[in-house]
Design a protein around this ligand. Structure first.
Ligand SMILES: C[S@@+](CC[C@H](N)C(=O)[O-])C[C@H]1O[C@@H](n2cnc3c(N)ncnc32)[C@H](O)[C@@H]1O
Length: 362
């Protein structure tokens, strides 16, 4: 890592996205060249009036919905205002001066807004701009040059003016995704959010036990988490989250299950149903339900159980519709004609054929 940062040549790069967005990046010269050669396109659209920023009790400011959001609904699409390397390999300039200079290279209005963001760092430990960076930056990926012996890391840190106001919960109701092509963050609801409810994301892995989550939030963001999951302090929650984290170990692969008559028909289905139930009780939709729903759907297809297959394929279609996924049409085809599923009846047929051959005289 040290070798990596010592050999970098960082440059300042002002970037514009469309006519309305301006930001500043301090990046490796190779990364700057890529950004110049492939200027980010504006996002296809920007949702408006989906949230307000207001006081969120002792958490400072927070982001609240203005109307109800369904699962998958987009609350925000936003470009970064500041981008910096994830590992800052500067030797001469102290980090506090560096971030002051970086923020200061923006127009006054943006500079003031940046300096007005939360700073959770103890006053004496770092400069204000550096504290703002530590409190608000999110990890993003940029394209880096594919050649050369000493490549830049693709992970960078970015500040988004609006997304910086989203508080943490260990059972978050939203998640964000980064798109390198448009250099934008998209914030979506992972479960229904009521009008006026606070939008939350997870700053740390929500699937680790409570004590571990709280310790890393205290170390990195200097607050004690009192979200609903932490406040309850129910030991069953730790067990459930640990189980979800380890999910899959010890489970047979789908194709192995299809061929192995000794395994119960319902072994995969029950395991994935349990994962979905744990996700619901823990409010961990952010971990994703689609994979579990897809496996259950495939299993019922492999068992040629048409009713149950249709039920779960519908769930799978809903999940895809929320994210506007490209394979939505394929799932729709399977719902209208289950036999079009490539694995339709796989387990039923294999097992029936085995039973026939074991009964037939040798
Ligand atoms: C990225 S900022 C979030 C917005 C911030 N509340 C504000 O006023 O701008 C992160 C800081 O918000 C506060 N925060 C976020 N989530 C919190 C929570 N669940 N409980 C208490 N404080 C929280 C902490 O001070 C944290 O360092």
């Amino acid at each position: 890592m040290a070798g990596h940062v010592r050999s970098r040549r960082y440059v300042l790069h002002d970037f514009a996205i469309g006519t309305r967005h301006r930001g500043v990046a301090f990046v490796d010269s190779g990364v700057r060249d890529i950004l110049r050669a492939h200027p980010p396109a504006p996002a296809p659209y920007y949702p408006t009036d989906t949230f307000v920023i207001r006081r969120a009790g002792d958490k400072g400011l927070g982001m609240f919905t203005t109307s109800a959001l369904r699962v998958g609904a987009i609350a925000l699409i936003e470009h970064p205002t500041v981008i910096a390397p994830f590992v800052l390999g500067l030797t001469d300039t102290p980090a506090c001066d560096f971030y002051d200079d970086l923020f200061g290279s923006l127009p006054m209005r943006q500079y003031e807004m940046l300096m007005g963001l939360a700073n959770c760092m103890p006053r004496t430990s770092v400069g204000h701009a550096e504290g703002v960076m530590a409190t608000n930056a999110l990890a993003i990926e940029l394209d880096v040059p594919a050649t050369g012996s000493n490549q830049e890391l693709s992970t960078h840190r970015a500040i988004f003016m609006q997304a910086s106001r989203i508080n943490h919960s260990c059972s978050p109701n939203a998640k964000w995704e980064w798109d390198r092509k448009t250099l934008s963050l998209t914030l979506r609801a992972v479960r229904p959010i009521r009008a006026g409810e606070e939008i939350t994301i997870n700053y740390v892995d929500p699937a680790v036990p409570r004590a571990e989550r709280r310790a890393s939030l205290r170390t990195t963001y200097h607050f004690d988490c009192n979200c609903a999951a932490c406040a309850r302090g129910d030991p069953r929650s730790d067990i459930a989250r640990t189980e979800l984290r380890a999910f899959g170990s010890g489970l047979p692969a789908f194709d192995v299950w299809c061929r192995d008559a000794r395994m119960p028909d319902m072994v995969l289905i029950r395991a994935h149903e349990r994962a979905l139930a744990l996700i619901e009780t823990e409010g961990l939709e952010v971990l994703g339900c689609r994979e579990h729903i897809d496996v259950i759907t495939m299993c019922y297809g492999a068992l040629a159980d048409e009713n149950m297959f249709r039920y779960w394929a519908n769930e799978s279609r809903e999940e895809r519709a929320q994210d506007n996924m490209g394979d939505l049409k394929v799932v729709q085809t399977w719902i209208s004609n289950p036999r079009a599923l490539p694995v339709w009846g796989w387990r039923r047929d294999t097992i029936q054929a085995r039973r026939r051959s074991s009964r037939s005289p040798k």
